[in-house]
Write a protein that binds this ligand. Sequence first.
Ligand SMILES: [Zn+2]
Length: 415
Amino acid sequence: MAFLLHRLRLPCLRATCSSAHPVKVSLRPSPQTAINRSVLPAVGHITLRTTQPSCRDFHTSPRRSALPPVAWVVIRAVAQIGSIIGGRTLRKRWQNLSDHEKKGVKTHLWKNKWFVGTVGSAFVLAVIIDLATHFQETPITHRKRYIAFTEEQLKQIVDFEFKMIMEDVKDNVVPATNAVYGLLVKVAQRIVDNNQDIDLLQRQKWTLIVVDSPEENAFVLPTGQIFVYTGIMKSVKTESQLAFMLSHELAHVILNHTAEKISTCQLIDKMIILLLAMLWFFIPTDGIAVITQAFFKKVVDLMLHLPYSRALETEADEVGLQLVAKACYDVRQSSVFWNVMALQSELPGQEGQIPEWLSTHPNHENRASRLDELIPEAIELRNKCKCLRLPDKDPRDEVAMLRQMAKAAVQPSAS
Ligand SMILES: [Zn+2]
């Protein structure tokens, strides 16, 4: 599925850049924008990612025409098996027909072509209506996308997920008196306070949960629970980088990426069910059909799910950059952050990055490059928000030098 993200449009024209410098950091949150100093625990499995569910293991409850996710998991499995059996049965029957009988079937279909055409058209129309009535526009980036869930339904889903996460990490949650916790609250509050134009950011009740763990991990639930593992702090070198990391997570919530991803997965599942029946009907033997089905699933992952996931990550980076710009952070540190992550992944003993085309996330270098393209606009936005001028020394130069040194260190041993 081609997924076209709109180019980042910095919203300064309509933004109330409320953060005229010097930025005032409010540690006394208003009732609506409070970062809840919760002492709750949390876990996650992804580095710098939201807990966006995969199509296979996330349970949700739907809106209007969408099927409840828990029910959908069962229905999907039954429907997929049914479509395979149905397609295969029809093929076997067709193969067992004599030439005369096959001709009779074709003649019968041709005689009833208007009925067949009407049924087919009604199906296509139903699909178009479903898509048309569930399309929404993302805030900020103004991208059209399919959403089949209401906010309330998503909340019910995520509440369950949240309880499970808490159960896992409850013994490792750091208290609100912890220094890391204090820093994170300060940074998150500054971002929220200085992006007053983003309604959801203000309406959302945010809860910060810091987990004492060496794991380098940070993520957010769509209902506003931000989880940060203390291990991630090793990769964060400045407050601006920390702000960018948090902003990326906040952006996932603002853009409602989780609901979008679940909805899209469900839509793709429905198409797969239909295609499986056709595949098992038209492929002449069971053996070839099994191989084709496995190949087909891999293609769906590589061509649809993974690029789609990467597009959402890129969008969260872009919007996150705007959030930190309006909060008067050094936006250049966003690029530094990903370049440093890239360098770290190349260190001896590290596993390195998996190829981007096999990953749910863009690789670190590409994220840095994309941010580099957007940084001039982000600096402009910063200026419009009357932030202090950035230091002349660009922190990206230092990383570029480190990269050159790393290359130089590798080249002699390679020759
Ligand atoms: Zn992410």
